[in-house]
Design a protein around this ligand. Structure first.
Ligand code: PEP
Ligand code: MN
Length: 466
């Protein structure tokens, strides 16, 4: 154990003592309530909230402890460079999009991207969806004002509804139960699809690749897809239908923002000691709620799941290192993932000092790039968008910066959908600002569409194989 690590552990103990007053208060699933909890809705009826929480605490969990521990092992392998993490899905899931086509198309594009990555990077891909629970959103203001009327901001379907009326915007505790139910429906369908083995995954010749013609890299892309087809057919000829392809691992993740919800799904199980968040395999802390003294860090330090934290451009090494000490006090393999989301204009300055500091302290983390959230911009007609070139630009830089620092970029975190939406500008079809009105469906942030997602996967392979 290194010196910094020792002092970190002491700092945690002291910190708990301070926050709790005189006595050393231990962690419990509800100990976060002693800390400032940012980005929480204001419920107007505490009894109704307590009842919903108690109901939720009785309902079965969405994942199991052994799946969570298997994921932790897989993240540990990714930390060693033996796997690459692909994490993706909606910015915000909605109850209305809990439908067969939306779920299956999203799963399909993620699986197709993962095949491109497996083939190109020549290593297993760890697949993690941003789904089956991604229902809570941080907002820049508690209230939204329209024409002089002020109502609570929309905080995601687990809290309230998007429509701008007092009834719709009221934080409703019943939505905690509905979110759990919609997560379970999503999870059930994803598990069934994967068990059934998405047939056309084995046949890249059936993928929708019309967009490839619009890319200057068309020939290279076609070769890549033909290569994937050939290897799949070759393996099938040798070994018969590929059992492992109908049994791909798929894990779930969401931003564990709404702590009443997460607390109710934090459980102990008979054979694995400790507490698990069983609402998802892989919860993360968002950029706005990652304060060392805050409620989210307090909650996360006590669960056994692998956990991730989003790191923005204003985070300094002096802030990051204590956070690592608190979240991973025992330097446990697979425990901690850091997702940097700097923006293509800031990553070159903001990332290297963090990589250097973590490396210098000998801390093991999985570094993941989120090239979406630092590259959001507004358009003249009021849409939020992201330029494909900026997303790609941040990713390219991330690979280069890690290479220069002697660290490893072990995965990507993307906002995407399997639908043909027009939310991000650019890509092979060169979507323009004027195209955004055609099919802009996101409730919050702009997502890569089917084509842009697949194109980005191919560009990742191109970049990392040189
Ligand atoms: C998100 O992932 O949708 C999000 C809000 O990200 P961040 O916390 O990085 O801003
Ligand atoms: Mn988002």
């Amino acid at each position: 154990m290194n010196k910094r690590h020792d002092s970190g552990v002491r700092a945690v103990a002291a910190h708990v003592t301070d926050a709790a007053g005189a006595d050393t208060a231990p962690w419990t699933p509800g100990s976060w309530q002693r800390r400032p909890a940012l980005q929480q809705p204001i419920y107007d009826d505490p009894i109704e909230l307590a009842r919903a929480g108690a109901h939720l605490a009785e309902l079965p969990p969405l994942v199991t402890s052994w799946e969570v521990l298997a994921l932790k092992d897989a993240v540990a392998e990714a930390q060693e460079g033996k796997r690459f993490l692909l994490q993706g899905g909606d910015c915000a899931e909605s109850f209305a999009d809990c439908t067969s086509p939306v779920i299956s198309n999203r799963l399909k594009v993620l699986l197709q991207m993962s095949l491109v990555l497996v083939h190109g990077l020549k290593k297993p891909v760890l697949r993690v969806g941003r789904f089956a629970g991604q229902y809570a959103k941080p907002r820049s203001a508690d209230n939204e004002v329209r024409d002089g009327v002020s109502l609570p901001s929309f905080r995601g379907d687990v809290v309230n509804s998007q429509e701008f009326t007092a009834t719709a915007r009221r934080p409703d505790p019943q939505r905690l139960i509905q979110a759990h139910a919609h997560s379970a429906l999503t999870m059930n369908f994803v598990r069934a699809l994967i068990d059934g083995g998405f047939a056309d995954l084995r046949h890249p010749e059936y993928w929708d690749l019309a967009w490839v013609e619009h890319s200057p890299l068309a020939a290279e892309y076609r070769k890549m897809v033909a290569g994937i087809s050939d290897s799949l057919h070759f393996m099938e000829t040798l070994a018969g239908p590929i059992a492992s392809f109908s049994k791909v691992d798929f894990f779930t993740s969401h931003e564990a923002l709404l702590l009443h919800y997460e607390q109710a799904l934090t459980r102990q199980v008979p054979r694995n000691p400790g507490w698990f968040n069983l609402s998802t395999h892989f919860p993360w802390i968002g950029m706005r709620t990652a304060a060392l003294d805050g409620a989210h860090v307090e909650y996360f330090r006590g669960i056994r799941n692998p956990v991730a934290v989003k790191i923005g451009p204003s985070v300094t090494a002096d802030q990051l290192l204590p956070l690592i000490d608190v979240l991973d006090p025992h330097a446990e393999p697979g425990r901690l993932t850091l997702i940097h989301r700097m923006g293509q204009a800031k990553i070159a300055d903001a990332l290297p000092p963090l990589l250097e500091a973590v490396k210098r302290e000998g801390r093991r983390v999985l570094w993941v790039a989120d090239p979406m959230h630092g590259n959001t911009e507004g358009t003249s007609n009021g849409h939020k968008t992201r330029r494909f070139d900026n997303i790609r630009g941040e990713l390219d830089q991330a690979f280069d910066i890690h290479a220069a620092a002697g660290t490893r970029l072990g995965g990507v975190h993307l906002e995407l959908t399997g639908e043909d939406v027009t939310e991000c500008i650019g890509g092979a079809r060169d979507l323009k600002e004027g195209d955004l009105d055609r099919a802009y469906k996101s409730m919050v942030d702009p997502r890569l569409n089917y084509e842009q997602s697949l194109e980005l996967a191919m560009l990742i392979v191109r970049k990392s194989t040189g």
